[in-house]
Ligand binder design. Structure first.
Ligand code: CP
Length: 298
């Protein structure tokens, strides 16, 4: 049984193996080559929080590999709305399928699901916790687009407090000797326990101080849905924005990533600039999730 709940469930070697496998699946993801290795397998996509990329790319990955998908795409559409517990839901669904992908609004829900499942569980985002499959596709994108993973200068910008993509990515980057710059409004700073884990391998900075040096500019949306106090959100809404003027200061071979969805933190005029890679990054979710599914189901 191979659950994927946290990026720390994988060693560096296991991460690299998934990235290598994803390379092999790229032509399948593009529909150029047929591959039916998951024929006869069923994936259950349980999404108790909204998603476009993660849900659809898992479904695409499964279908491109010959498998089938069953879905819960809203809490209201499942028997949880009638009072069924998450534990019972998982016990039942795990007897219908070969693996479960779960997104939930509560941190820890994916691990709890794994404890109640008869099949592998993949965390597709648990509250402000982790989003390990996003990290694998982020690493894949960086390796493809920068042609290396080691010793890069990476600026993490935006909501470092609530962004689960950041919480997973930052742990992975420590495996690759990255120079990490943390750039955020004060109230959206990376939580203290993450800072301790980074063991001094980071620097808080202002974007203008480091922009000419960085290889990767990783931008995140302010996670409005995680704020308990609307007034706190209003204090930081719109407080940073990547514009063409900012991008012009980047190195010409630097790349801009964003897990998406974007709200207003990257000007749409940036989309056509050579450094923008966030839509390509979203595509890479398909081969990377093919690699993950083939690992846990075969
Ligand atoms: N990046 C990401 O998790 O996007 P979705 O919320 O659309 O799945």
């Amino acid at each position: 049984m191979k659950h994927l709940i946290s990026i720390e469930d994988l060693t560096k070697q296991e991460i690299l193996k998934i990235l290598d496998k994803a390379e092999e699946f790229e032509d399948v993801a593009l529909g150029i080559r047929k591959c039916r290795i998951l024929e006869g397998k069923i994936l259950a996509n349980l999404f108790f929080e909204p998603s476009t990329r993660t849900r659809i790319s898992f479904e695409t990955a499964m279908k491109r590999l010959g498998g089938e998908v069953v879905n819960i795409s809203a809490q209201e559409a499942s028997s949880i709305a009638k009072g069924e517990t998450l534990a019972d839901t998982i016990k039942v669904v795990s007897n219908y399928c070969d693996a479960i992908v779960i997104r939930h609004f509560l941190e820890g829900a994916a691990r709890f699901a794994a404890e109640n499942s008869a099949v592998p569980v993949i965390n597709a985002g648990d509250g402000a916790g982790q989003h390990p499959t996003q990290t694998l596709l982020d690493l894949y994108t960086i390796r493809k687009e920068c042609r290396k993973l080691e010793k890069l200068s990476i600026a993490l910008v935006g909501d470092l407090k609530y962004s689960r993509t950041i919480h997973s990515l930052i742990k992975a980057l420590t495996l690759f000797n990255s120079k990490i710059y943390l750039i955020s409004p004060e109230i959206l700073s990376l939580p203290e326990d993450f800072l301790e884990e980074l063991n001094g391998n980071f620097q808080k900075a202002r974007l203008e101080e480091v922009i000419e040096e960085i290889d990767v500019l990783y931008v995140t949306r302010i996670q409005k849905e995680r704020f308990l106090d609307e007034e706190e959100y209003r204090k930081v809404a719109g407080s940073y924005r990547i514009t063409p003027q900012v991008v012009e200061k980047l190195k010409s071979d630097a790349i801009i990533l964003h897990p998406l969805p974007r709200v207003d933190e990257i000007d749409i005029k940036v989309d056509k600039m050579r450094q923008a890679r966030y839509f390509k990054q979203a595509f890479y979710g398909v081969p990377v999730r093919m690699a993950i599914l083939s690992e846990v189901m075969q």
